[in-house]
Design a protein around this ligand. Sequence first.
Ligand code: HEM
Length: 365
Amino acid sequence: MRKNDAPVYYGDYLKLDQLLSSQLPKSDEHGAHAHDEMLFIIVHQVYELWFKQILHEMQSVVEVFGKKYVDEKDVGVAVLRLTRVTEIQKLLVDQLRVMETMTPLDFLEFRDFLFPASGFQSVQFRLIENIMGMKPEQRLLYNKQAYYQNVTPDHQEIIKSSEKQASLFQVMERWLERTPFLDFGGFNFWEHYRSAVNKMLKSDRDIITGNPLTSKEEKKKQLLELAANEESFAAVIDKTKHNDVVSKGKRQLSHKALQAALLIQLYRDEPILHLPFRLLTALMDVDEMFTMWRYRHAQMVHRMIGTKIGTGGSTGYNYLKATVEKYRVFGDLFNLSTFLIPRSTLPDLPAEVRKSLGFAYAQQR
Ligand code: HEM
């Protein structure tokens, strides 16, 4: 690394003059100084800085996984970067406590000066949602308009074009689809999984029907529950049924990707699958932390403005509450736990498979 020849000055390097002269309360402009507006501005600015860092990390992960061949080293780097995102997200959730030191009455001192500005216009937040892989059709209609209608035309273009760019969800799905383990060296994972599931469900049925202590009605109830369970396994095992669930918007991942994710979960203790397992875990962590943030932000909004409409014109708390469940991207990975079966019911990976594969996905040439 080349050493710097000109001395660097702390304040210049960090552009502190610009940064620290960027807090201009609207209440002062209106000659009605509101003490807490400074906190309101700084908290939002800090969020935007962290959003920038999150985008920086996510873009690098998309780049790595967007390549045709993913190097083993890069998978580790991606896990580290996603873990960093999660640590930042924890700060973002915690930071709401600082915001909440402002009371609703103090907020009213300057709230009216802010119309129609709102966090709803945060371009970086939309970019994060889109790079995660949120689908446009998944979004709630906001005043019967697209979610980007109330930002400037330039910002609309930026947001719309981000919908078309590769997302974490897409690159991860493709990467999963490429896993060579599903059918390798004579070892057909899906066949083994299918037969283990059938064995497990048959054993459940035998237990129910053979239990001398349950009544006829109770047995009937249990068998109905078992049938629902069988149906739900069938919707994972059978490709046509899976595609049907996908077409109804109840599942997102392709059948192949889902199979690979399941294999990674079930065989996660194999050294070669441990890093992929950590990657899937990191993706779930990031998704879950966004859900946490949405929930906490909605609670804060409820406490701050009750059920008034937002400065951006939405129904406020009710709108935000609805996004908590709806705006999830990696829900399929969470649902995968439904289809886990005890490890003892599956065969070990054949030695041949373990030996032939140094590491997984880089070797797909
Ligand atoms: C007093 C504090 C706050 C209040 C009362 C508040 C209120 C609201 C409301 C009512 C909405 C819904 C859109 C609207 O009609 O305006 C919203 C959206 C949003 N706010 Fe806040 N907010 C506060 C603080 C924050 C902070 C500190 C951030 C951090 C950046 C933030 C980020 C967002 C984002 C990103 C959205 C869009 C959410 C979505 O559409 O899913 N808000 N906020």
